[in-house]
Design a binder for this molecule. Structure first.
Ligand SMILES: [Zn+2]
Length: 314
């Protein structure tokens, strides 16, 4: 014990002033010196924890072993808090192994407006793997073939640019053509400002494709995850035949601070959470991530029964 305090003391003294007093290493002085190095030592011990092994839960502060967290689909094992889940992981969690045929995987955005730094931003994000903020494709969920679109918040905040809109519109059109139910899992900060009006046009395009899909009497299930905001919420995310949400997800059009400032009034507690929106009738059900696949299959059994009967008699 004595040696450690002495070496720490030497470290602390070295930097500010060279030699203040000869080290009597006794009584008062040692105790006052003891405190500082102790603080430092605990901090450095914290820093020693290798990165990428443990994650602290944002809700209950439990330290979670990353491997356990991944196996639990990024849901806190202690309190059930839902962490952000990447699009690729989410696709794997929903479809049967090897059944997913991805569509338009190579489609990338063009810098139409010559927005400064946009091409570099796109290139940086693309080096991480995905080409844009949504993965689309046809896969099998339980015994149903589905047209599945999953957004990725990790790619430019899940912003909806022309690629997101085009990929989703194509997915919905294939769904209509092949008589498949469409499932879109949304997470987004809204339209992609780098693409200006081209982003906003995606709202109309995706909704028009969904209207044709609905006309063919096919179901569309929208799943809202944390966060789903602005242009996405104002278009395809909110027009599902069935709208589901993950527990605690923040969902809305404008952010709460903007609304508070505009309306000059205090917002009710829990405003814009999935639970609040369920109480107020905007969404149909809150489904924990680990139950999502099973629940989707259950809903599709019911929603596709008419289609299957029609196909059988045709
Ligand atoms: Zn937790």
């Amino acid at each position: 014990m004595a040696t450690t305090t002495f070496s720490k003391k030497a470290l602390g003294v070295d930097t500010p002033e060279p030699a203040v007093t000869p080290p009597p290493a006794n009584s008062n002085n040692t105790t006052s010196f003891l405190k500082k190095p102790k603080m430092g030592s605990t901090k450095s011990r914290k820093r020693d924890i290798p990165e990428g092994l443990w994650t602290k839960c944002k809700k209950c502060s439990t330290m979670l072993y990353d491997k356990d967290l991944d196996e639990n689909l990024k849901v806190c094992l202690q309190c059930g808090f839902h962490f952000t889940l990447g699009a690729r992981e989410r696709v794997h969690s929903l479809v049967e192994t090897c059944s997913f045929e991805e569509m338009d995987a190579e489609m990338t955005s063009v810098d139409v407006l010559q927005f400064p730094a946009y091409p570099k931003k796109l290139a940086d994000y693309q080096t991480k793997g995905a080409k844009d903020a949504v993965i689309t494709g046809i896969g099998r969920l339980s015994h149903h073939r589905v047209a599945l679109g999953v957004m990725d918040f990790g790619f430019l905040g899940g912003s909806m640019g022309s690629v997101v809109g085009e990929k989703l519109a194509r997915l919905i059109e294939v769904g209509t053509e092949k008589a498949l139910p469409v499932i879109i899992i949304s997470t987004s900060g809204g339209a992609r400002m780098y693409e200006g009006m081209f982003s906003l046009m995606q709202m109309a395009k995706t909704c028009a494709a969904l209207a044709y899909h609905a006309k063919a009497k096919l179901p569309y299930i929208s799943v809202l995850t944390d966060p789903t905001y602005a242009g996405v919420m104002a278009s395809y995310a909110s027009v599902g035949d069935l709208i589901l949400a993950e527990p605690g997800a923040m969902i809305g059009f404008a952010g709460p601070r903007v609304i508070e400032a505009t309306t000059q009034s205090d917002l009710p507690p829990g405003f814009q959470t999935a639970e609040f929106l369920l109480d107020h009738g905007l969404i149909d059900a809150i489904v924990p991530r680990k139950e999502l696949k099973e629940r989707l299959a259950f809903y599709l059994d019911f929603m596709m029964s008419g289609q299957q009967r029609a196909a059988a008699t045709a």
